[in-house]
Write a protein that binds this ligand. Structure first.
Ligand code: PGA
Length: 249
C-alpha cells in the first residue's frame, strides 16, 4: 500500500510518500522524473549515485526502451565525484552513471556533467561546475539519496549550508559505508568534489529517496528534527518543493 502524507507543519512544500518495497519506491521516483522529462524535454536534472537510485534508473531505462521517454534534450548534473578517480575507474561515479543509466538511454553525452575527479585545479573545476549549472538555467529536479549520517551528496555532518561545489574530506563513517564497493578499505578515496548544500537548495524541485529500515531513523531526524548542519539533510525542511519517497521495508 502506498500513502501520501502532506506535512503542513514544517515545510509547506514537503510531501512524503511511503512505499512497501524498493520496487515501488523506484517506480514512484521514476514516475516523477519521467513526468518532468515529458512535460519539459529540455529539463535539467540533478542526479545521484549510490545503491538507492539504481532501481529508479532501471525503470527510466525500461520506459525509454518502450519508447515512452526521450532523453535527447535532457541536461544532467551529478552531485559528486571522488577526487583522484578518473571516469574509467570502476568505482568512479562517472563509471557508475554510464553503467546504470547513460549508456542505456539516448542522452547526448555533451549534456552530461559530473565533476572531474582528476582535475589539477580544484577551484577552477568547482567554479566552472557552478557556472555550468547557472548557464543551463539551474537544476529543475534534483534526485537525492541520504547517507546514514544524514549526508546529502558528500556534504558530511558539520558542512556549511553556504557552500556551492567544493572539495570535501570524507568522514570515517562514509569511507566505511563505501568500502564495500572497493577491494580494500585503503582504496576508498578520502576526498571528493561535491555540490554544496547551497547548490542543492537552489534546485527548483527536490526528490529524496530512501530505502529500507536502515534509513528510517535518519530520515525522521532530517525531516522532523532540528535544522542543523550536524544533520545536513535537515535543511531540506526549508525547501519549497521537496518530495520524499521512502521504502519502509
Ligand atoms: P546509498 O547511499 O544509496 O548507497 O544508501 C546514499 C548516500 O550515501 O547518499
Amino acid at each position: 500500500m502506498t500513502f501520501i502524507l502532506d506535512n503542513f507543519i514544517r515545510g509547506m512544500g514537503m510531501k512524503i510518500i511511503f512505499t512497501d518495497s524498493y520496487d515501488q519506491m523506484s517506480r514512484r521516483a521514476a514516475n516523477i522524473i519521467s513526468a518532468q522529462i515529458i512535460l519539459h524535454p529540455q529539463t535539467v536534472l540533478g542526479l545521484a549515485t549510490g545503491t538507492t537510485p539504481i532501481g529508479t534508473y532501471q525503470q527510466l531505462i525500461n520506459w525509454y526502451e518502450k519508447g515512452d521517454l526521450d532523453f535527447s534534450q535532457v541536461i544532467t548534473f551529478n552531485l559528486d565525484e571522488y577526487y583522484g578517480l578518473s571516469g574509467e575507474h570502476p568505482q568512479s561515479y562517472r563509471y557508475f552513471m554510464d553503467t546504470y543509466l547513460f549508456n542505456q538511454i539516448n542522452i547526448n553525452k555533451k549534456n552530461i556533467h559530473i565533476p572531474n575527479g582528476m582535475t589539477s585545479d580544484i577551484d577552477a573545476e568547482c567554479a566552472g561546475y557552478d557556472q555550468a549549472i547557472e548557464d543551463a538555467g539551474g537544476i529543475d529536479l534534483q534526485l537525492l539519496g541520504i547517507g546514514r549520517n544524514g549526508h546529502i551528496g558528500f556534504n558530511e555532518p558539520g558542512s556549511s549550508y553556504e557552500k556551492l561545489t567544493h572539495l570535501v574530506t570524507l568522514t570515517e563513517n562514509t569511507i566505511q559505508a563505501n568500502a564495500r564497493l572497493f577491494a580494500k578499505k585503503e582504496e576508498v578515496p578520502t576526498k571528493a568534489l561535491t555540490m554544496g548544500m547551497k547548490s542543492i537548495m537552489h534546485a527548483k524541485r527536490i526528490l529524496l529517496i530512501a530505502n529500507g529500515p536502515a534509513k528510517i531513523q535518519i530520515l525522521n531526524q532530517a525531516l522532523y528534527g532540528s535544522i542543523t548542519p550536524e544533520v545536513p539533510a535537515s535543511i531540506l525542511q526549508l525547501h519549497p518543493d521537496l518530495t520524499v519517497i521512502a521504502s519502509q521495508k
